[in-house]
Design a protein around this ligand. Sequence first.
Ligand SMILES: [Mn+2]
Length: 315
Amino acid sequence: MFSKIRKTINDGKKFLITSHIDPDGDALGSVFSLFWAMKSLGKDPLVYLKDQVPYRYDFLPRPPDMVHQLPQDVYDAVFVLDCGSLFRIGDGYEQVKSMGTIVCIDHHETNEAFGTINLVERSASSTAEILYGLYKSMKIAFTENVAVNIYTAVFTDTGSLRYDNTSPKAFAICKEMVEAGVRPSYVAQMVYETHPKERYLLLGEVLGTLQTFDNGRISMAHVTDEMFRRTGTNREHTDGFSEYIREIRGVEAAVFIRQVSERRYKISMRAKGKVDVARICSTFGGGGHKNASGCTIDGDLKEVEAQLKKAFSFA
Ligand SMILES: [Mn+2]
């Protein structure tokens, strides 16, 4: 399973590593851990991420020279991690196809196998879990730089070891990373307890928009540009908001709507019941996991809400 990727790494020298826009803990932890793993093998990796690292992940050991502009260069291979579709790496993604062998390592339900080499394990809790197996098979040491990134990726992609994907393997990896020196309380504090006050002013406004429908099975809330302006916040501060409305008793799917431009809204869905939100998001051209997915819908807020309610009535 890992042999092709092992050979790609062993035979090459110069690699590009990337992941999706709006990077989450798994995207960052996967990319950064692979950077440090390759470094330890004497390779020459470069990390490209379209977006900046969100403040809650500032503590992760990151490459000193990562770039946010797609480099014009060729590589022995381009590693695209935690992406179901290549376009998720951001504008200019098509150029990547001519930059080298594409290695796609991912766990998304909706993965399109866009790589030259594809390692897609839909049952894995996180992309970092797959990488953990790869590192083991290559005898890569779990140094602090590798371990903190792996731990944080697994920990956050399982919703702090709470979601359906929290498997014995997820616990086993976390255990091993803690034995390697990771402090769980430190990671939890960094990820969940470093918010500025403004985030809570925004949360107050967002919760004011809360509505439920379908007998309380679906919850929905939104944030608009105007609310961001009023509270001096941005999209970074909404990370985790869909969790609050998912936690409501009886709710099986939570829908969080974020305005990205005048007539464009980004939707993130979280499920805890039998509802398959990946399927609902895919009807809007998005995707993800059964329990956590996203998509983009154009229109004004009322139209977007109406389209979403309609999509759920067929769920
Ligand atoms: Mn992931």
